[in-house]
Design a protein around this ligand. Structure first.
Ligand SMILES: NC(=O)c1ccc[n+]([C@@H]2O[C@H](COP(=O)([O-])OP(=O)(O)OC[C@H]3O[C@@H](n4cnc5c(N)ncnc54)[C@H](OP(=O)(O)O)[C@@H]3O)[C@@H](O)[C@H]2O)c1
Length: 271
């Protein structure tokens, strides 16, 4: 992964960041522009996306910042995003497959099935679809980096966030698997596993009453920096933040699934 501004006259590498209108995705796009990338930023809300792109452009005037509005719960929008990026006539050096949402509440009697199915469309189906399209191009070219935003929830089953945590476990497993497949074609895959991070995630999931939403959170800029360091190092995954690293390491080494679920449940329960 290129991590410094290319010399004058050399083309800048290109990164595509999904979920770039706010939070972790915005910070990823901002940092990528800072270290010498042109960026394509995408999300479903054109207004928020335009604001985010303008902020990146005014901070990093050398970077080319392209906007593609796409609702990634829709198959046709995933395809449209790929087509629009193709039409730039440039290869994508980094795909940050980051867009995702949560749904909070009691699975049997609280949450909406429609919301959970839309979550799966965004967090799982669109990720497989988009990564398939770009991984194919990267594999045939013999270069590229893919960053997949999973979560520490990918190792902690999540009572009151059952579908969300399972979607992140899917991404963790999927990312580790395609990483091995793609290694011989010089394509790196890194799984990003943040813990609670100060973004719009909690409001969007309507989980402000939960203990985790009211607790300490990491800065999304720090999460993005850790993610890009891990990508540059070719790491298989990164858990961001010391507390989350300790929790993830203990969970993996010493805890049964029911214990992991109990610990996560103690965070997602109402305060
Ligand atoms: N915050 C945390 O504590 C935390 C912890 C671990 C993992 N994560 C993961 O980090 C990723 C980014 O979340 P965040 O925390 O940065 O929250 P966020 O600020 O709410 O960002 C979510 C992003 O996804 C986009 N998005 C939502 N629905 C979409 C759709 N249908 N189509 C396309 N884009 C859509 C949003 O943009 P629009 O509204 O413009 O569409 C936004 O840019 C997610 O995958 C999340 O699961 C977050």
């Amino acid at each position: 992964m290129a991590t410094s501004t290319p010399p004058p006259g050399e083309p800048r590498p290109l990164a595509l960041v999904t979920g770039a209108s706010s939070g972790i995705g915005f910070e990823l796009a901002r940092k990528l522009a800072e270290i010498g990338f042109d960026v394509v930023v995408t999300s479903s809300d054109r207004g928020k996306l335009t604001q985010a792109a303008n902020a990146i452009q005014s901070e990093h005037g050398d970077a080319r910042v392209e906007i593609v509005q796409a609702d990634l719960t829709r198959t046709e929008d995933v395809q449209k995003l790929y087509g629009t990026v193709q039409s730039l006539g440039r290869s994508v050096d980094i795909l940050a497959a980051n867009a995702g949402v949560g749904v909070w509440g009691d699975f049997a009697e609280g949450t909406s099935l429609d919301a959970e199915l839309a979550l799966l469309d965004l967090n799982v189906v669109s990720q497989v679809h988009l990564i398939k399209l770009f991984a194919r191009d990267m594999a045939s070219r013999g270069s590229g980096d893919i960053l997949i935003t999973s979560s520490i929830a990918g190792i902690l089953p999540g009572p009151l966030m059952a579908v969300y945590a399972a979607s992140k476990a899917f991404l963790r497993s999927f990312g580790q698997a395609i990483r091995q497949e793609l290694a011989d074609r010089n394509v790196n895959v890194t799984v990003l596993m943040p813990g609670p991070t100060e973004t719009d995630f909690f409001d969007r999931a309507e989980m402000q009453a939960s203990k985790v939403a009211q607790g300490a959170k990491q800065d999304p800029e720090e999460v993005a920096e850790a993610a890009l360091r891990a990508l540059a190092d070719g790491s298989d995954h990164v858990v961001t933040g010391l507390k989350n690293k300790i929790q993830a390491s203990l969970a993996k080494k010493m805890m049964s699934d029911p214990t992991r679920a109990r610990i996560h449940g103690s965070m997602t329960k109402p305060q």
